[in-house]
Design a protein around this ligand. Structure first.
Ligand SMILES: Cc1cc2nc3c(=O)[nH]c(=O)nc-3n(C[C@H](O)[C@H](O)[C@H](O)COP(=O)(O)OP(=O)(O)OC[C@H]3O[C@@H](n4cnc5c(N)ncnc54)[C@H](O)[C@@H]3O)c2cc1C
Length: 561
């Protein structure tokens, strides 16, 4: 197959010539750069390329063209080359009138470029980013692991999820397919014991545990330290930010995470409101970078290690690992976030991982190609999930219990959903039952107004109905409100109550009712449930922990034992 194409279109032939020249200088080894100055001619060229099976990576089109608007061209060209990334070329205009604002909001373009581009380096940096995202969607050339399993098995889905969360390239073969059966037979493996994970060097793991998977991809599941300055519990955005700041400021830091890093944000397909990423960033990418950064600063990252308890031993705080080990820390930052609230329908709970998913679609999205998909929820995460799924699914139904969306969802998402024909919103509707033996094949929905129940075919259900704070492991001395951790001025001061604040000084901001234990991110009472807020909390908690360590008797500074 020939090199993928970067295609540029502008009414102005000079712009096309310049763009082709600039892009060719940098990308010609790997891509062919083509261009046209007529939309009709452009569609004809792209049609020919599609007919010959030639891949197109980027479609760059000027917003204002005489034959047809740039967005219409992008939509028609995208039908010919659905995997191409769409780039809108616009005049420099940083007002809200810029067509980019609406195009991005309505999902009509993936990126934009401004013309004239000032420096070639700026153009290269931007286009390299677009191409990296395009390349990620293509099949990887090298697979570190080969996974054989059943799609409807929870174990198989957990394994795939873990590999995706760790960015490990892998190939999946269904165990009941002919190649799957042959592979199992050739290796002498029992088809009843699935999933199987075969490393590129032949090393084979049957029914691997999460810890074995983490170890196999280079992660650590045991802390080599039993004492540290700061123990961070949870590796979502708040915990990762705390780890970056604590480790970079010279505190010996251990991060303890129940699964793998990323938290809720790690499962978000696209975070569009994190500062610095104008075109958005996948939550997985954002948190993977933060995790690597924490590790580069020297934080000890421990995965697949749930924390079962916390206690005080003199001035030390002790975190109790579920495997029986303890880690003694001078300060603890709790960043355990929230867990998704359950629908409470037993038949659906039994199908979790087999057509029913809690949280946004990440790894599952592409598997929804041509499927009938339902999303339950009315918040921003439900809206984002519906939009993301609608790119692949045949149809997406957003099931909302209340009688309106504006109450709980941002206006830009409501508009985007309204402009997406593949999404239907069903207000005042509840999911009351699920159907299917080994995997979901239908749902029963109830219209709250009429009381009428209706059974509908469904291939997948994504549940995004908010969550419960992950605080059940904490001792009673940590004051909670509705399950969320109270901090700072919210702590109830009452000397007659044993679990109340014990010191003469006021609690520090983000300090819990146990001195030296801080809370950050979604788990904190009255926190703002956003990635950036969690990151802010994590970094602030470190600043405050410094203050605590410096002020406590016998505490002089980092690692002064
Ligand atoms: C689908 C989805 C889309 C979202 N989209 C956006 C968005 O576009 N923009 C935005 O700003 N926000 C978004 N959010 C919200 C955002 O992801 C959260 O506010 C943010 O992740 C909170 O970070 P956190 O670190 O406090 O908690 P979490 O991300 O929940 O991380 C907590 C971590 O702690 C771990 N943990 C829990 N208990 C234990 C234990 N006992 N021991 C060890 N580890 C434990 C968990 O495994 C988890 O990794 C979205 C959320 C979801 C679910």
């Amino acid at each position: 197959m020939s090199r993928p194409v970067l295609f540029a279109l502008d009414d102005d032939a000079d712009v096309v010539r310049t763009l082709r020249g600039d892009l060719s200088r940098r990308f010609r080894r790997d891509f062919r750069v083509l261009g046209e100055s007529s939309a009709i001619a452009g569609l004809a060229t792209l049609g020919q390329l599609a007919g010959q099976g030639e891949p197109v990576a980027l479609l760059i089109a000027d917003h204002q063209m005489s034959e047809m608007p740039g967005l219409e061209f992008l939509a028609r060209a995208h039908e010919l080359h659905p995997s191409a990334k769409r780039v809108l070329l616009v005049e420099r205009d940083y007002s809200v009138r810029s067509p980019v604002v609406q195009a991005m909001t309505l999902g009509q373009a993936d990126y934009h470029l401004s013309k004239p581009w000032m420096l070639e380096q700026d153009l290269y940096l931007a286009v390299s980013g677009f191409l990296a995202e395009w390349a990620k969607d293509q099949d990887a050339g090298f697979d570190l692991f080969h996974v054989i399993g059943r799609l409807q098995d929870r174990g198989t889905n957990e394994l795939r999820e873990l590999l995706i969360r760790f960015s490990v390239p892998f190939r999946f073969t269904a165990a009941d397919s002919q190649p799957g059966r042959r592979l199992l037979q050739d290796k002498g493996l029992d088809p009843a014991r699935l999933p199987v994970m075969i490393r590129h060097d032949g090393h084979t793991m049957v029914e691997p545990t999460p810890a074995q998977i983490v170890e196999a991809v280079g992660g650590t599941t045991h802390s080599d330290l039993s004492q540290c300055d700061v123990a961070v519990v949870g590796a979502g955005p708040a915990g990762l930010a705390a780890a970056v700041y604590a480790a970079s400021e010279g505190l010996q830091t251990v991060v303890l995470e129940e699964t793998v890093s990323g938290g809720q944000a790690g499962s978000s397909p696209m975070i569009r409101n994190y500062p610095g990423f104008a075109h958005g960033i996948s939550g997985h990418d954002l948190t993977r970078r933060a995790c690597e950064q924490a590790w580069m600063f020297g934080a000890h990252m421990v995965f697949s290690q749930p924390i079962a308890g916390l206690s005080c031993r003199g001035p030390d705080r002790v975190v109790h690992l579920a495997d029986g080990h303890d880690i003694t820390a001078r300060a603890v930052i709790v960043a355990t976030g929230i867990a998704w609230r359950s629908l409470g329908v037993p038949r659906l709970e039994a199908l979790v991982g087999s057509g029913v998913f809690y949280g946004a679609a990440g790894s599952e999205t592409r598997a929804m190609e041509g499927r009938e998909v339902f999303v339950v929820g009315a918040g921003n995460s439900a809206g984002q999930a519906a939009l993301h799924l609608a790119r692949h699914a045949r149809h997406v139904t957003l099931v909302v219990r209340g009688d309106n969306l504006p109450h709980s969802m941002s206006d830009y998402l409501i508009k985007e959903i309204g402009a997406t024909p593949a999404i239907t919103v069903r207000l005042e509707t509840e999911v009351i039952d699920g159907h299917g033996g080994e995997r979901l094949d239908g749902l029963t929905l109830r219209d709250k107004r009429s009381g009428r129940a209706e059974r509908v075919p469904a291939d997948a259900l994504f549940v995004l109905i908010g969550g419960e704070p992950r605080t059940d492991w904490l001792p009673k001395a940590v004051q909670l409100e509705g399950g969320y951790i109270l901090t700072g001025r919210d702590i109830v001061r009452d000397a007659s109550h044993p679990s109340r604040w014990p010191l003469d000084r006021a609690p520090l901001p983000l300090e819990t009712s146990v001195p030296g234990v801080f809370a950050a991110g979604d788990v904190r009472y009255r926190s703002i449930k956003r990635v950036a807020s969690a990151v802010g909390d994590g970094s602030t908690a470190v600043r405050v922990a410094h203050e605590y360590l410096a002020a406590e008797p016998g505490r002089a500074g980092p690692a002064n034992r």
